[in-house]
Design a protein around this ligand. Structure first.
Ligand SMILES: [Zn+2]
Length: 534
């Protein structure tokens, strides 16, 4: 960090008391929380780091000041989350061999990147490669990309993402790794290569991903000390568009072009190649914590049901600077991602203070979202109250507060009775509901609410919409600041918009917590059918 910024953060430290006093002005509260949480001295709040711990202590102090009851271990606010972390020890070695015995090495950083793997820290595989298109298995759409292919004992090569014809949340389900990995593992595959599509390359250029390759990946630690993995199949590497050329040869253009069509139906085939893999990860165990506060419900019966309001506190910590950034800034302050969401959570808790709704509210500020929604998953699987009594989740992640939003996208809402509640709350504030304007991003499975959905709990996640300058603000943020050190307070943050976002989420959670009936999945809903409680 260059000197001026260090001075700036010193100034913040000196002027912001560590137990920022909140008052009746919502904008000022959000500003104070964000100022503390984005301070350089917290070094980007990476899960398991001292900076994260300082941030966690701050949140616990705020919860106490707001009168929330501690819901963590030993009468405190903290739920310990044991972690296993892994990162690549080196660039690894991947080498192709064709039927004639000719070897072609894949080049790290150009053709592929591999990242740390806490479940398979020393990976040695030599196996044939089978291309499976998108690797989509969706019986309800009569789609099986594995039809006629034998992948037993082989390495699956699949396009990243899922075809565009799928409804946005269902597309996110198939795009998210777990469904695709499971399809491969169930058919006997022993490894997985993910090939970037042209859409994927546009959204998340391969070069940006290379910058993060030495970052620690994480999972939560099971009682036996091993890392939890929902699907135990090694993801060997991500393959760039350039790397695809070495796998598909003359067919590359046709495959990548057809991947962009609505159906993205590409018949897989045996690549006639084998791959030798040697990758090594260093691993370590870490301890982190979720921060959990309770507002007991006012209804003697309904108070035994809980609505969760969740937001992740962790961010990316320290990374190499962005190429060409003259400041050389290495601290990922995570202002919008997700100091903004944590500040919103605390402000919603303040709005409820002294006026408890009928159901109980759990305020969950959680760890390791950036590592794969690990803290939320740990909480959803190990809740401090009976799991069956958690009936809904409202999640806050990365609201873009640089413009005055007039619409929102309510991910997941229309899948359950949460939908009508969101509609009523938004109407009260004259805010419109919009369809997902960027379905290629797969937002629905990319933040903590999805871990509740996987446990059968209806959830909603609001994104500020594209109207009233939103499209420009969003596109700018994703291109310039997202997961970069520049996601800091130098952005033009409008704190009154933060207050408006908090009010809207307050209205939604209040609707859910006061309703006669707990949130219910709609009949026959895609996620309700897969995960819903029987
Ligand atoms: Zn993030």
């Amino acid at each position: 960090m260059r000197r001026t910024s260090v001075l700036f953060s010193f100034f913040l430290l000196a002027t912001i008391p560590s137990t920022a006093q909140t008052g009746p002005d919502p904008s000022a509260n959000i500003k104070a929380h964000m100022a503390y949480l984005t301070g350089d001295e917290l070094k980007g709040r990476e899960a398991g780091s001292p900076g994260y711990e300082a941030a966690a202590n701050y949140v616990a102090r705020q919860m106490k000041a707001l009168g929330l009851k501690p819901m963590g271990a030993n009468g405190g606010y903290f739920q310990p989350v044991p972690l296993v972390a892994a990162r690549a020890m080196s660039e690894g070695k991947l080498s192709l061999k064709d039927v004639s015995g000719k070897e072609t090495p894949l080049v790290f950083g150009t053709d592929y990147i591999s990242s740390g793997d806490e479940v398979f820290p020393k990976l040695r595989i030599n196996a044939p490669l089978v291309f499976v298109g998108y690797g989509l298995v969706a019986p309800e759409k009569s789609r099986d990309d594995y039809a006629g292919l034998d992948v037993k004992g082989k390495i699956v090569v699949a396009l990243a993402g899922a075809p565009k014809f799928l409804q946005t949340e269902e597309r996110a389900y198939y795009r998210g790794g777990r469904a695709k990995l499971k399809a491969a593992l169930d058919r006997g595959a022993i490894g997985y290569l993910s090939v970037n599509t042209l859409t994927g390359e546009k959204l998340y250029p391969f070069a940006n991903r290379v910058r993060h390759y030495k970052s620690w990946g994480m999972s939560w630690r099971r009682k036996d000390g091993t890392a939890f993995a929902q699907v135990r199949l090694p993801i060997i590497a991500g393959i760039s568009v350039a790397g695809a050329q070495k796998l598909f040869g003359a067919k590359t253009k046709d495959i990548l072009d057809r991947a962009e069509t609505a159906q993205g139906a590409i018949k897989g085939f045996d690549l006639g190649l084998s791959l030798t893999v040697a990758t090594d990860s260093e691993t370590k165990t870490l301890e982190s914590r979720n921060i959990v506060g309770l507002l007991p419900g006012s209804d003697p019966k309904l108070k035994n049901e809980y609505i969760v309001l969740s937001a992740h506190l962790d961010h990316l910590g320290i990374t190499p600077p962005v190429k060409g950034d003259k400041s050389g800034d290495t601290i990922n302050n995570g202002a919008l991602d997700n100091a903004a969401g944590v500040a919103t959570t605390l402000e919603v808790a303040r709005l409820f203070a002294g006026k408890a709704p009928r159901r109980s509210m759990i305020f969950l500020v959680n760890t390791a979202e950036e590592k794969g929604m690990i803290g939320a998953e740990y909480f959803a699987r190990n809740p401090p109250v009976p799991a069956s009594q958690i009936v809904g989740d409202v999640n806050l992640d990365m609201p873009i507060l640089t413009y005055d939003f007039t619409d929102v996208v309510a991910f997941g809402a229309d899948r359950s009775s949460i939908g009508p509640a969101v509609k009523r709350a938004a109407a009260k504030m004259n805010i419109k509901l919009s369809p997902d304007p960027m379905p290629d991003e797969g937002v629905f499975t990319r933040s903590d609410h999805y871990r509740f959905v996987e446990q059968g709990i209806p959830a909603v996640f609001l994104m500020t919409g594209f109207a009233n300058g939103g499209e420009k603000a969003f596109t700018h943020f994703m291109k310039t600041n997202y997961h970069k050190p520049s996601d800091d307070l130098k952005q033009k943050i409008n704190y009154s918009v933060g207050a408006k976002f908090a009010k809207l989420n307050y209205e939604i959670t209040k609707e859910l917590a006061d309703a006669d009936a707990a949130p219910q999945w709609n009949n026959g809903d895609f996620f309700g059918m897969r995960f819903g409680r029987k």
